[in-house]
Design a protein around this ligand. Structure first.
Ligand SMILES: Cc1cc2nc3c(=O)[nH]c(=O)nc-3n(C[C@H](O)[C@H](O)[C@H](O)COP(=O)(O)OP(=O)(O)OC[C@H]3O[C@@H](n4cnc5c(N)ncnc54)[C@H](O)[C@@H]3O)c2cc1C
Length: 461
């Protein structure tokens, strides 16, 4: 049932005539695509345009400009921001091109793909994309935010492996963007999210990786203090061939959650290494000596199982997220973390994780980008479920974590873990110079401000 006015219904027909994809008003089939993975975020656009080509996106941008609307883009809604009825939502799910060039070790990917699609296509060629921890995240949303994954210390930032983007700007131009063509956009699209345009396809380098040694060791919550302190010392000596994180987990008793981890506090050490398995196993031995895991999920795994390292949730859920970056962590920082997330802390959060950064991430790549904070040492990410029984406490407790870690945090966060439409929150993902240039480029390529909505960097918002 739709309560759209006759005037809106008549006007939308001109958009329907201009695109080969589908257009759905509230109440019409297809409008449900607006519902994001993070179902706590209200996404209620004027209409959803399920685009089939860059020309469709350009038509949506022109229609929006003519009708006083904004244009936002969404694939999965893992990084959803609130959107209202002044917004036309471009949904990229039908942009599913996936062409692997095994000789060149590259892939051309439609913006509608999620990482598991790419992994499945690359695996038969003995190749892998530098995906993130969750392989159900969209490739375009991930790469425009930089992208850090379970191999980040070995290979660096995922967006450093982008060769080209196809985009539609806010001015409605369809552009092929490379380090040589529209170099300033190539700089800004890697880190600037949708500030400079809507990506319709991306070309990336693939890696000759078929297997890795890793997974996760899960400990009882009562061992968290001993393991976390040992982990910090261990991190200091960890070679670049290995990437690690820790997580305080309080997973619900659901069928997909292994019984030893359900309904209690557990503590995970995640690990992904490209070292010789014997060497990697010896490294982990130091942590195994601290306490006995209640679940041992470590082994030599095919790259296609990379999502097992973090075992992120797959099903949509209402979440509240908090994230931060830190300088060097000390044992006092681990104690502070334990006091808010460890045993007896009464933390309502489902996950409180700390990822070690550094290694290849810290080095400037061949082509500079709008991704800032390569010098951060650790990334903190907290997620709580906005549903009973934790809903009431999740947001306030995230602030408690923020205060507890304040002596070590940088005041900044990663664009991919900063989903927000609040300019102050968005600004924390960039240094001032980067924010200035992103905003100036956006003014040039989106002179009517059609894309001035959601998680974009614009002056005077
Ligand atoms: C469970 C979970 C695990 C995660 N793990 C990681 C991780 O390991 N590493 C990491 O870096 N991030 C991670 N993220 C964050 C994730 O990369 C971001 O939320 C990303 O924005 C998701 O992209 P999406 O397209 O799936 O989401 P959407 O919500 O559909 O899009 C989010 C935003 O991405 C931008 N965007 C999406 N599509 C396009 C496009 N076609 N053109 C231009 N901009 C676009 C827009 O700003 C959009 O608002 C994780 C998030 C979750 C919820």
């Amino acid at each position: 049932m739709t309560n759209t006015t006759p005037a809106v219904a008549a006007s939308i027909e001109s958009l329907r005539a201009a695109v080969s994809g589908a257009v759905a008003l509230p109440g019409e089939p297809g409008y449900e695509l607006a519902t994001p993975w993070n179902v706590a975020v209200p996404v209620r656009p004027h209409a959803v345009v399920e685009v089939e080509s860059a020309d469709d996106v350009a038509a949506a941008v022109r229609y929006a400009a003519d009708h006083g609307l904004k244009v936002a883009v969404q694939r999965t809604g893992h990084g959803a921001v609130p959107l209202g009825d002044d917004v036309l939502l471009v949904h990229t799910g039908r942009l599913t091109e996936c062409a692997i060039d095994p000789d060149a070790r590259t892939a051309r990917l439609g913006a509608g793909l999620v990482w598991q699609d790419v992994i499945d296509a690359a695996t038969p060629h003995g190749l892998a994309p530098l995906a993130g921890s969750s392989t159900t995240v969209g490739v375009a949303g991930f790469l425009t935010g930089g992208g850090i994954g379970p191999l980040v210390r070995t290979y660096g930032l995922s967006s450093d492996y982008v060769r080209a983007f196809d985009i539609v700007t806010g001015n409605g131009e369809v552009l092929h963007v490379t380090p040589e063509e529209h170099a300033e956009l190539f700089w800004g699209l890697r880190g600037g999210k949708a500030t400079l345009g809507i990506v319709t396809a991306v070309e990336i380098e693939l890696l000759p990786v078929t297997h890795f040694y890793g997974g996760a060791l899960y400990f009882d919550g009562s061992d968290a203090a001993a393991v976390a302190h040992a982990w910090l010392d261990w991190c200091a000596e960890l070679p670049e061939h290995s990437t690690t994180s820790i997580a305080f987990l309080q997973l619900p008793p659901l069928p997909q959650v292994p019984a030893p981890l359900a309904g209690r506090l557990t503590f995970a050490v995640r690990f992904a290494s490209l070292a010789d398995p014997a060497e990697a196993e010896a490294l982990l031995g130091r942590l195994r000596a601290v306490a006995t895991p209640i679940l041992d999920g470590i082994g030599t795994l095919p790259f296609a199982a990379i999502a097992a390292v973090h075992a992120d949730p797959v099903d949509p859920m209402p979440t509240h997220e908090y994230s931060a970056l830190t300088n060097e962590l000390t044992h006092e920082a681990i104690d502070a973390l334990l006091s808010v997330a460890g045993p007896g802390s009464h933390s309502p959060q489902t996950v409180v994780e700390v990822r070690q950064l550094g290694g290849a991430l810290a080095r400037e790549p061949r082509h500079r980008s709008a991704f800032c904070h390569r010098d951060a040492q650790f990334a903190v990410m907290v997620a709580g479920v906005l549903a009973p029984p934790t809903a009431e406490n999740v947001v306030g407790h995230a602030r408690t974590i923020d205060r507890a870690l304040a002596p070590w945090t940088t005041g900044r966060h990663l664009p991919n873990f900063a989903a927000s439409a609040d300019p102050a929150t968005i600004a924390r993902a960039y240094d001032d110079d980067t924010a200035h240039w992103l905003s100036a480029l956006a003014d040039e390529h989106d002179s009517n401000g059609v894309l001035r909505v959601g998680q974009v960097v614009r002056r005077d918002r």
